[in-house]
Design a protein around this ligand. Structure first.
Ligand code: E4P
Length: 215
């Protein structure tokens, strides 16, 4: 499973990138708003740090404007993936941009047949939102399993990108379900490495070593 970071914060992206295990970045309008910076400028900065796919969401919601904005975003760097909402206009824009060779990430996917249409439109990535489904008492992981099955049944090559991940258990379940990519905030990446027995064990190793050899 590939690991993307879900943020528009450059320091967080650099920290994750320095770990050497980062495969890409996803951003969205809310994350950019939190940074209070021009979207295109921040995307340029991110693409200087990360070589893997960097998702850049369009603000437009109507087909012509989405395609125009998507083409502009795609010019920023060769690793930009245009992120589009999974609406009727978004699917149409995905088909147009994908046919031109621009990779697209279909976002805000909450039911499996949206993912099926996205794959038919040539999407590079589909982003089902697990956490937001859990928030409304619907098991978000069911959606991951359904999309995996549909994509495997028909040999779709669209990558299943699990999004809206809130904790390590989501990550584990996604890996077991065969998600291709998980996009997570830095706080969750940090949590993945936390186990009390790791800390206790390390402390004991160092104490034993120091008791035997000093220092
Ligand atoms: C993914 O592309 C989205 O930016 C993100 O995962 C949304 O997560 P949230 O539901 O925690 O805002």
């Amino acid at each position: 499973m590939e690991l993307y970071i879900d943020t528009a914060n450059l320091d967080e992206i650099k920290r994750a990138s320095d770990m050497g295990v980062l495969d890409g970045v996803t951003t969205n309008p809310s994350l950019i708003a939190r940074e209070g910076i021009d979207y295109a400028k921040r995307l340029e900065e991110i693409c200087e740090v990360v070589n893997g796919p960097v998702s850049a969401e369009v603000i437009a919601t109507e087909f012509d404007a989405m395609v125009k904005e998507g083409r502009e975003r795609a010019k920023i760097a060769s690793n930009i993936v245009v992120k589009l909402p999974t609406t009727a206009d978004g699917i149409r824009a995905c088909k147009t941009l994908s046919d031109e060779g621009t990779r697209c990430n279909m976002t805000l996917c909450f039911q499996a047949m949206q993912a099926w249409l996205a794959a038919k439109a040539g999407a590079f990535l589909i982003s089902p939102f697990i956490g937001r489904l859990d928030d409304i008492s619907t098991d978000g992981m069911d959606l991951i399993h359904q999309i995996r099955t549909i994509y495997d049944n028909y040999g779709f090559t669209t990558k299943l990108l699990a999004a809206s991940i809130r904790h390590p258990k989501h990550m584990l379940d996604c890996a077991l379900a065969g998600a291709d990519v998980a996009t997570v905030p830095l706080s969750v990446i940090d949590q993945l490495l936390k186990h009390p027995l790791t800390d206790i064990g390390l402390q004991k190793f160092l104490q034993d070593y120091s008791a035997a050899f000093g220092g």
